[in-house]
Design a protein around this ligand. Structure first.
Ligand code: ADP
Length: 664
């Protein structure tokens, strides 16, 4: 076994690999860019080597830097994680030349599977079902139309070098095929420096279901069940689960066996994933093989009890698999949610900055948190803005979801926007709970984006009780601090009005064992908790006839409280009867009118402006293109109008909400 390995990655996956290496008694070397000198993976590793400036092209993506770091520290092997150099054949060859072991499959497997056109041909030859289509490179937009007609609309236009959902366009007619060809080609060129695209049939009501395989150097290959990753936004996975609520035992076996056949066809020796797209009749078609550890591998680990990273390391060190197919048993259900620093209410714009407070839920048998950040740390603009992968486990799907909802309630993040409200809404969505998934789930259920109204409505009575409890604790402290002169003792009042969401809830509070009773609307609730002032999480039981075990995040805000629960945010104020009457008379400040501006929805680069001053524009017309995180975002006119002033020019770096265009 290796004595020391280097992890050529950052963030949660670097931390994840380091954990297993530690467990195996292997020393670890981290690498880091200037932006990551204080990062968690650097702190966790036994040694760390600086490899360059923040942009990954100048640090994490330079194979020679990694090879040098290995030589310098004596690391015998490298785990590449996912992304970065994990599927770069040149990297593997550079390591081999230096006598360093790559913890992953052979170069030929990566090469064969790295290209969507080539891998599809190979899969076909290995007897794996592939999506019907044209397996050649498309020359131009007109050829795209011709082929698309032959394949039959709808079609998917895809970059052969594609990954991470980039360079992919759905086309339902000739015009979309033409446009899709151009935009897929451009995106492929800028993201992968390879503009080859091909066309395949678009599978309707598709589900994304993938098979985890594990192979060793002795020709043994097994499959470890499937993961369903149908909940996607812009072809990027948001929620993954294992097993899939859709597969039958027979289909699972058929998919598993095809995945193994493909892995064997390329002498696969490591952990790998064969991705399939599955239609409503459970026909499945090969999409691609990922020759590396997947982001979502933890859900497989949770239901199989296997440590995939440990197996990758053991196989790379020359060990044979000691588990056979018949030993693989799937137990229970696991769900993973990708927690991102992005603003779900603003079209999921990346939100970079410092985590001023960061308290993940406690890990245990039902909760796993894979993270690479810590309180006070920074989510930088240079990398994927992932905060963590949150996994929940349960004996059955329903319980796994319940545990996930509770863990999301507990996840305390301040300092930047995050997608927990969106994740909470998904977990509470009846269609998700029923397991009726397709890759269009998010687009269908949130056709106009995600809004506060899409959140599950928290029961007002429960939050009134929590707000009352929290406020009463504050008042008790204030009265006890305000000098209790004999004869002038101040007693907290019992009658209050709780205000939130534009409503007023008059209540009467009375102490009971462990909490208070709350009279509201003629009913009496009880709220008990050991919550104390300053604690970010209120955990307690509100009883309205039934016990509700609640976790509510509590922020003090001026005279009120900001409560977070079920993804919702509620600003509550608790006032005396008189103060509440006076508050109703206070003037309200109207927000400024921004409708006559086109604002940059994200920090990014203004690539182009499609309009000139004085030009008349129609709703839906393209105004500008802003590039952020390697994605081109087309900004269109919300309504008809006339362009007044241009406030920015192509090439400008834009801050979020910066003015680009002013309309007349
Ligand atoms: P990437 O390598 O960029 O992740 P994939 O080929 O794995 O690209 O596809 C990503 C997602 O795009 C799939 O999970 C699926 O949602 C969708 N997709 C890809 N090809 C098709 C297709 N032919 N029909 C329907 N959806 C597709």
């Amino acid at each position: 076994m290796f004595k020391k390995i280097l992890i050529a990655n950052r963030g949660e996956i670097a931390c994840r690999v380091i954990k297993t290496a530690k467990k195996m008694g292997i020393a670890t070397v981290a690498v880091y860019s200037d932006a990551d000198k204080d990062a968690l993976h650097v702190q966790m590793a036994d040694e760390a080597v600086h490899i360059g400036p923040p942009p990954s092209a100048q640090s994490y993506l330079i194979a020679e830097r990694i090879v040098e770091a290995c030589k310098k520290t004596g690391a015998e092997a490298v785990h590449p994680g996912y992304g970065f150099l994990s599927e770069k054949r040149e990297f593997q060859e550079a390591l081999a030349a230096a006598g360093i072991v790559f913890i992953g499959p052979g170069a030929h497997a990566i090469f064969a599977m790295g290209d969507k056109i080539e891998s599809k041909k190979l899969a076909n030859a290995a007897g794996v079902n592939t999506v019907p289509g044209f397996m050649g490179v498309i020359k131009d937009a007109e050829e795209a139309v011709t082929i698309a007609r032959q394949v039959g609309y709808p079609v998917m236009i895809k970059a052969s070098a594609g990954g991470g959902g980039k360079g992919m366009r759905l086309a339902r007619n000739d015009q979309e095929a033409r446009e899709g060809f151009v935009s897929a080609t451009n995106e492929a060129k800028s993201s992968f420096a390879d503009d080859r695209v091909f066309v395949e049939k678009y599978i309707e009501q598709p589900r994304h279901i993938e098979i985890q395989v594990l192979g060793d150097s002795f020709g043994n290959v097994i499959y470890l069940g499937e993961r369903e990753c149908s909940i996607q936004r812009r072809h990027q996975k948001v929620i993954e689960e294992a097993p899939s609520p859709f597969l039958t035992e027979a289909v699972r076996k058929a998919m598993g066996e095809q995945a193994v056949a493909l892995a064997k066809a390329v002498d696969y020796k490591s952990a790998g994933t064969v991705e399939f797209i599955v239609d409503a009749q459970r026909n499945f078609f090969f999409l691609e093989m990922n020759t590396r550890l997947q982001v979502e591998h933890p859900v497989t680990e949770l239901i199989t009890g296997l440590d995939l990273v440990e197996w990758m390391i053991r196989i790379a060190a020359g060990e044979a698999l000691t588990i056979q197919q018949k030993d693989v048993k799937l137990h229970g259900w696991a769900v993973e949610a990708r927690v991102y620093a992005e603003d779900p209410f603003r079209n999921f714009l990346p939100s970079i900055g410092r985590l001023t407070r960061y308290i993940p839920p406690a890990e245990g048998p039902n909760v796993r948190v894979d993270t690479g950040v810590y309180e006070g740390g920074e989510i930088s603009m240079f990398y994927d803005p992932m905060i963590a992968k949150l996994c929940a486990y349960g004996p059955v799907r329903e319980l796994a979801i319940t545990h996930m909802r509770q863990a999301l309630d507990e996840y305390f993040i301040r300092g930047l926007s995050h997608n927990i409200p969106f994740l909470a809404a998904l977990m509470a969505h009846p269609r998700f709970v029923r397991g009726e998934l397709t890759t269009n789930f998010i687009a269908e259920e949130y056709p106009h984006g995600f809004h506060a109204e899409d959140l599950p409505v928290p029961s007002p009575a429960l939050l009134v009780a929590v707000a009352a409890f929290v406020h009463r604790k504050h008042v008790e402290r204030e009265t006890s601090l305000s000098g209790q002169l004999p004869g002038h003792e101040v007693k907290p009042a019992d009658a209050w009005v709780v205000q939130f969401g534009g409503n007023s809830y008059p209540i009467v509070l009375a102490p009971i064992a462990g909490g208070y009773s709350v009279e509201l609307d003629g009913a009496t609730l009880s709220v008990t908790s050991d919550w104390g002032i300053g604690q970010p999480l209120f955990r307690g039981v509100v009883n309205d006839g039934n016990d509700h075990h609640l976790v509510v995040q509590v922020d003090r805000q001026n005279i009120g409280y900001r409560l977070f629960h079920g993804g919702s945010r509620v600003d509550a104020v608790v006032l005396s009867q008189r103060a509440s009457e006076l508050a109703a008379l206070m003037p309200k400040k109207a927000p400024p009118d921004l409708s006559k501006y086109l604002l940059s929805p994200m920090p990014g680069l203004l690539v182009s402006l499609a309009i000139a001053e004085g030009q008349e524009i129609k709703a839906g017309e393209v105004l500008a293109v802003v590039e952020a995180m390697k994605m081109e975002n087309i900004l269109r006119a919300a309504r008809d109008g006339i362009v007044g002033k241009l406030h920015a020019k192509p090439g400008d770096s834009l801050a979020v909400d910066q003015k680009i265009v002013e309309f007349v």
